[in-house]
Design a protein around this ligand. Structure first.
Ligand code: SAH
Length: 238
């Protein structure tokens, strides 16, 4: 289970936090670290804070955008100290770990952590299937980035230790982020073509549709059907 989970740190400012996050991961048996446009990396402070976990830094994958970090994932989880968006499926770290444990063994899971100053943007949060919040002190709820990674990694470890070989039997694999995003682009184009989505007054339409389709987690066959339906609508419009 732990081998299929990647920790994605988005636009981290302090290299020390990257090192401390690597250490938090290694103590719990996680090893895949993705860094989305960190401000300073590689950096001596990261190595210092990683202590004996600098191998995680050496194998960290550096990417420019969140999309690149999650394109091949079938489950994307966003962490946030507070909720700023329209409501999204929200879980505690324990509930999330249980869901990850129930994922098929070959599913790739990404957990996103935000910037020290401003967390994850709404756009980033809207790419996630679920959100998790560490239930902290309501008057002071924002943990240090690496401390948040530690809490989440610990819960994942507990869940992995209680794993009893759960693997869901399904006929097709779930659509990954890349396939879902192409679907959203197609869906938006069709909704504009048929005059349902008005670009001058889009409201929250695409966000709500995104939330709905992410909640249902279609497999690749269902995705083919949806794309086929959209293409058929476009044929009628011609
Ligand atoms: N000021 C920012 C907090 C950023 S803390 C804000 O208000 O959003 C840096 C990152 O640590 C967050 O983006 C999140 O990934 C993680 N984090 C901190 N506290 C958390 C909490 N209580 N629950 C879940 N994640 C948390």
């Amino acid at each position: 289970m732990l081998d299929n989970i990647r920790i994605v740190l988005v636009h981290t400012s302090h290299p020390g936090n990257i090192g401390a996050a690597a250490r938090a991961m290694k103590t719990m048996g996680l090893s895949a670290l993705y860094l989305v446009a960190p401000e300073q990396f590689p950096h001596i402070k990261a190595v210092e804070m990683a202590s004996g976990a600098s191998d995680i830094l050496d194998t960290a994958v550096l990417v420019k955008t969140v999309e690149e970090a999650i394109a091949d994932c079938t489950l994307v989880i966003g962490t946030s100290a507070r909720m700023r968006t329209i409501p999204w499926p929200l879980f505690s770290p324990r509930e999330m770990s249980e869901k990850v444990r129930q994922e098929s063994p070959n599913s790739q899971v990404a957990i996103l952590f935000g910037r020290e100053q401003s967390g994850l943007s709404n756009d980033e949060l809207h790419r996630c299937h679920m959100h998790i919040q560490i239930p902290a002190n309501l008057e002071y709820s924002s943990l240090n980035l690496a401390a948040a990674v530690q809490v989440i990694a610990y819960e994942l470890r507990l869940a992995s230790l209680s794993q009893q070989g759960v693997s869901e039997d399904w006929d097709y694999r779930l659509a990954n982020v890349d396939e879902m995003e192409k679907f959203f682009v197609h869906l938006q184009a069709v909704l504009i073509e048929i005059g349902f989505l008005k670009l001058n007054a889009p409201r929250q339409l695409m966000t709500r549709l995104r939330r709905m389709f992410l909640r249902t987690r279609p497999d690749v066959m269902e995705m083919n059907i949806l794309r086929g339906m959209l293409t058929a609508v476009q044929e009628v419009k011609k």
